[in-house]
Design a protein around this ligand. Structure first.
Ligand SMILES: C[S@@+](CC[C@H](N)C(=O)[O-])C[C@H]1O[C@@H](n2cnc3c(N)ncnc32)[C@H](O)[C@@H]1O
Length: 228
């Protein structure tokens, strides 16, 4: 299978949430999300089993999550990526490597989480190198906004973790502050709330690139507090 073998699921006029061939298409610029049922992981079109589910937002070409899914095959994995050209790349890896525990969401991270996931259904959350949008005028486009941190608190199981990785120190400080201000989380690392190395974390396309360029990387981790 080549990435181009995955065809667009619907025309712009006919767009609606749709699962097809291991991809859940969640349309943008769409107002009817509330009309559709929550995703059922036991559905044979999704995972067809009750194994714990981990999610990676902003998966890009899927390098990190494909390796994770292969290494931790007792877990289910969801890749969330907004760009169809990148979803295609993840999809072709799933097909060619026959990976049955990885499912793809083609859509926006927050829309998917808010409208299609039940509360406290996710075992682990990872956000690897989301676009930092460094210019002040673009700041509102950053994913690690307090609203998204709140969304993640709704879907995470109690006591389970959310991990965020970036090469952008300003973005890291901002994200850590969003977690600190949300009483539903407990930090895993002492002040300043992040570290520079995590053993056996795995490699994404951007992680490899930034390491080659000698950039410093920043990792933070917060656990969902047991109640609230
Ligand atoms: C800098 S790339 C990082 C890709 C990958 N995680 C890596 O480390 O190589 C950021 C990715 O996030 C995706 N993205 C940006 N905003 C998103 C959103 N709101 N929901 C889902 N994906 C998003 C982009 O399309 C892009 O593929």
């Amino acid at each position: 299978m080549k990435p181009k073998d995955l065809k667009t699921a619907f025309s712009w006029e006919q767009r609606e949430p749709l699962i097809r061939d291991r991809v859940f298409h969640v349309p943008n610029f769409y107002q009817e999300h509330g009309r559709y049922p929550l995703l059922s992981f036991e559905d044979p079109q999704v995972f067809g089993n009750e194994n714990p589910v981990c999610i990676e937002y902003c998966s890009g070409n899927g390098d990190w999550i494909v390796e994770r899914a292969k290494q931790f095959s007792h877990l289910n994995w969801i890749a969330v990526e907004i760009r169809f050209d990148r979803v295609r790349k993840i999809w072709s890896k799933i097909k060619n490597e026959k990976i049955s525990n990885l499912f793809i969401i083609c859509g926006d991270a927050k829309t998917f989480s808010d409208h299609y996931l039940p509360a406290h259904c996710i075992e682990e959350i990872y956000i690897n190198f989301p676009d930092p949008w460094p210019k002040r005028k673009h700041a509102k486009k950053r994913l690690m906004h307090p609203c998204f941190v709140e969304s993640m608190a709704r879907i995470l199981k109690f006591g389970k973790k959310a991990v965020f990785v970036t090469d952008d120190l300003t973005y890291m400080h901002e994200a850590v502050n969003s977690f600190y201000k949300n009483s539903q989380y407990t930090p895993s690392f002492p002040q300043p709330g992040f570290i520079n190395e995590v053993k056996d974390y795995g490699s994404s396309w951007f992680e490899t690139l930034w390491r080659k360029e000698g950039r410093t990387l920043y990792y933070t981790q917060f656990s969902r507090s047991p109640s609230g």
